[in-house]
Design a protein around this ligand. Structure first.
Ligand code: SAM
Ligand code: SF4
Ligand code: FES
Length: 370
């Protein structure tokens, strides 16, 4: 039985006016089941997106450069103990060449994503980052937990953003999903990234075992406290070669409700319509773009590698060349009456108040004018 004053209208009005709700209030929105009420939530998020970001959808070309991983996250197909996966690792020059092709396709941001693979030491990574940065493109890294020193090297080499999802804000649930990682360390890494002047991205999965609407509410509140520039919110999709093989997949409505509520509470954040949402539902990304999302991350990994980056099964775009995905996504965006972003697509909340590492400030970083 909902608490009488917590009507959808009251909560949406409050969230739109204050960009804040209490945990229990968020949980009420996440528990909405009536379709008309859910649509009100999605429309409120869509109007905040339009007011703060306009109609541009920003594209990030993602290069999945290694599927080797030392970790054991129980939900992920790349986990070290999975013997079924054919492993690959790209040479630095190959990654640089693929980034060049992504830039030629018009991408203004290149995302470098991998398992936690220490073969890419700071020397290799900084070389890759410097070469790609010279193409006048924004670089996002997504390669897991590293030391403060390693993050500093990446930043000084020119990386702009770092995506490290907290996955779940509930420490006990986090521990059960990550036998070899600690929640405190994940948060410490996110704080280091912030200190070093990265634009910080976090995020969570929706539908992991043991999750409640209250825990999802904590996810949103944690990202708000961390003041993230990006929040990747997508459904959990079970992988047969992991310990969570028989757990049901995340639910599309719950994913969209979480995304829409995140938009209300974090108006300035960049929110992707994730690939996992597109995998769950053929129109998942379109639905996410109409519920607060303003970013899409098309894959630019060459096809012969792409099939082996099997985080979860049946991932979309496994048979499409990078140029096909670029055209496809443009058509999707236009079909929604939106436009493809033509600039770097930084969060409007990213301005020069972020600390800049000395090396970058000295040489007049191109981040200075963000
Ligand atoms: N290793 C890096 C890390 O963990 O941050 C980057 C690569 S990891 C494959 C990227 C993301 O994939 C994770 O943050 C996680 O949320 C997502 N992921 C892994 N397994 C998944 C699954 N079964 N369903 C949905 N998302 C999953
Ligand atoms: Fe490795 Fe990332 Fe997958 Fe965890 S989520 S197993 S760190 S690739
Ligand atoms: Fe890859 Fe549509 S984005 S085929």
């Amino acid at each position: 039985m909902p608490i009488p004053h917590l009507t959808t209208e009251y909560l949406l009005e409050k969230a739109c006016a204050e960009a804040m709700l209490f945990k229990d209030e968020i949980a009420v929105l996440l528990r909405l089941e009536d379709r008309a009420e859910m649509v009100k939530l999605f429309q409120a998020a869509d109007s905040v997106r339009k007011r703060v970001h306009g109609d541009a959808v920003h594209l990030r070309g993602i290069i999945e450069f290694s599927n080797r991983c030392a970790r054991q996250c129980v939900y992920c197909g790349l986990r070290a103990p999975n013997p079924e996966l054919h492993r690959y690792r790209m040479e630095p020059e190959e990654i640089i060449e693929i980034a060049r092709q992504a830039v030629a396709l018009g991408y203004k941001t290149v995302v470098l994503q991998s398992g936690e693979d220490i073969w890419y030491d700071p020397e290799k990574m900084c070389h890759i980052i410097r070469e790609i940065k010279a193409m006048d493109v924004v670089i996002t890294l997504c390669m897991g937990e590293k030391s403060h020193e390693e993050y500093r090297h990446y930043r000084e080499a020119g990386a702009d953003r770092y995506l490290l999802k907290h996955e779940t804000a509930d420490p006990a649930l986090y521990a059960s999903l990550h036998p070899d990682m600690q929640f405190e360390n994940r948060i410490r890494c996110l704080e280091w990234l912030r200190e070093l002047g990265f634009q910080v991205g976090s995020g969570n999965m929706v539908g992991i075992p043991g999750q409640t609407p209250e825990i999802l509410a904590e996810d949103i509140l944690l990202m708000k406290r961390l003041d993230v520039e990006m929040a990747g919110i997508g459904p959990f999709i079970p992988n047969a070669d992991t310990p969570l093989a028989s757990h049901p997949r995340g639910n599309l409505d719950m994913t969209l409700k979480t995304l829409a509520t995140a938009r209300l509470l974090m108006p300035g954040a960049m929110l992707p319509a994730t690939t996992a949402t597109g995998t769950l539902d053929p129109f998942g990304r379109q639905k996410a773009l109409k519920a607060g999302a303003n970013v899409v991350m098309p894959n630019v990994t060459p096809l012969h590698y792409r099939q082996h980056y099997q985080i979860y099964p049946d991932k979309i775009c496994l048979g499409e060349e990078p140029g096909d995905c670029r055209d496809c996504i443009q058509a999707i965006i236009q079909s929604l009456g939106r436009t493809v972003g033509t600039d770097a697509g930084h969060s409007p909340k990213v301005i020069s108040n972020r600390p800049q590492p000395r090396a970058l400030v000295r040489r007049g970083s191109d981040l200075g004018g963000l």
